[in-house]
Structure formats: C-alpha cells, structure tokens
Design a binder for this molecule. Sequence first.
Ligand code: ISE
Length: 339
Amino acid sequence: MSRSETLGVAVIGAGRMGADHVRRVDRVTSGARVTAVVDVDGERAEAVAARVDGCTAHTDPAAALAAADVDAVLVASPGPAHEAALLAALERDLPVLCEKPLTPDAASALRVLDAEQRLGHRRIQVGFMRRYDAEYTRLKALLDTGQLGRPLMLHNRHRNVAGPPFFTSSMLITDSVAHEVDATRWLLGHEIRAVTVLRPTPSAHAPDTLQDPQFVVLETDGGALSDVEIFVNCGFGYQVQAEVVCERGTARIGDGHALVTHTAGRWGGTIAQDWTERFADAYDREVQAWVDAARRGEVTGPGAWDGYAASAVCEAGVRALEEGGRVEVELVEKPALYR
Ligand code: ISE
C-alpha cells in the first residue's frame, strides 16, 4: 500500500466492540476502510459486513488476512482468540490494533512478543483507549511537567452498571482492572511489581457467586501505590475516575462535570451508561492514530510490551484474588525492541 492509498482493514470479531469499530472505521476514521469482517458466527459476520460497501464476510481469519485488499487488522474477538489472530497477522507483517487483553496470560503474551521480535519491527498496538481520552491525556501531561512533584498515590474508581452474565470474579481483574493496570504504568511511568486484592462483602445486586466489588492494590517499582475500586454491578452508571496525589498537590479526572444543570431547587448532570459512550471520543482518536501510524509503517500507541506487562500483572492479580495475600509480578527483562 502506498501512503496515498486507503488502508484496507480486516476486523476480527463482530460483537459489540467489533461492530462499533466497523462503524468507526467506515464513518469516522479517514484514510481507512473496512474490507473484511470475521466472526466464528458466519451470520453475524455477514450482518455486520453488509453495513459496508464492498466488505466481505468470513468465518476463518486466515482467509480474510490473505485477501489482497487487507493491509491491516483490528482484533476485537474474545481474549482467548487473540494469540492466533496476532500470530497470523505478524506472519503476514500486517499492522494490528488489538483490543485488550493482548492475550489472557503472560505465557501466551510472551509468545506474541517473541514473534514480533523475530519480525524485527513493531507491528502491534494494544487497545488501551484511556491513553487517548482527553481527561487522561491532560492528567498525563500535567504529571509530566513535574509541577505537582513526585506522584505518591493514584486512586482509581471503575464502575459498570451491570456486568455481563458470563462475568467471573477473575474477569473483574482481567477484563476491567486491566485498564487501570495500563493507566497506572502509563501515568506513573513505572512497572507494577506486586498485587493485593481485598474482598469487601459482595453487593446483594451482584450475581450470587461473583466477588463484586473488589479493592485492588498495585505496588509500583517507583514506590508509588495505585488502588482500584472495581464494581461492575453498581447499577447507576459507568464511572471511571482517577486522582493522583503528589508531593505538592493532587489532580483528579472523571467527575463528569461537562454539563451541570441547576433547576427546580436541584443541580446535577447525567452519568454515561457504558464505555462506548464514555470513551467514544477516545476510541475515535485511538483508531485514527493507529491508522495514521500504520500508513507510515509505524506503531505509536501502547504496544505488545504494554500488553504483556498488563497480562502479567492481571495474572498475579487473579492469584491474589484466589489465594489471598500479596503476589509479586514476574516480568521478563524488557527486550531491546521495546526500549
Ligand atoms: C469491558 O471489556 C471494557 O473494556 C470496559 O472498558 C470496562 O469498563 C468493562 O468493565 C469491561 O468488561
């Protein structure tokens, strides 16, 4: 593909995120078009592909990636299917945007890192969209100025209206807290070296066997602590908040004060109901940045190393949840490709 041409994107996974990304690439993003949609459910692939002119539907990722009009891959299938899709894309040297998690565990993530290193250049971006959210980027820019001094603590709150029926207690860590794991590493610029998970009495509104909420403590190798309240059946809205406490001040995002009304003796606003609403702009910026970089042959966003580190931290988090106590994170030495 030459720089002036449009990037042909195969979207793997036509569920909620996949279908939203198909719409985004088709209607919002410039410089790209969806040329193939893949899903194990052929009818679902057909239905989503039918929304885009000239787009083909597939059940086999390999067939889609082999198509002449596919220059890049957006992976939005369930986590356990990511490794095969990533390895297939790397084999064809195609740029990839992979929704989190990179893969569900550290061992499979390492196999992906190995394949990318064998290729000799970076091709993978991981879908940690908070790095593209306007509030998060302002917070990051402020911390980087050093005006507030050294960050000491990061308090995160992550609430969903209701978890999907298939959600397990460990998925609160691997599917939800994974975002705060990445946000912590990115905002503070440190790796996470240990995880502790505390278990408050579960909400009566959570499904019977689900440990919801959870309180997760992440220890970084820079000495700062990051805590995460994860509550996926809070019932009232989708809330993601973060407050950094530094030596000379604090900074806080996620209060949702964009529009405040005062009427009839009360004041207030609305709360987003899910992440496609709360992070819509972030997803738009993320996909545009990925497309622009892919057309230049570059990767500019969070990469495979960030995906591996998040998977390793989440794996330690699941052990901490299941066994109790503090679990250390074991990371391999960072390969030269990612330094
Ligand atoms: C979901 O997969 C996401 O990525 C959302 O951002 C998160 O809030 C939710 O808890 C996850 O299930």
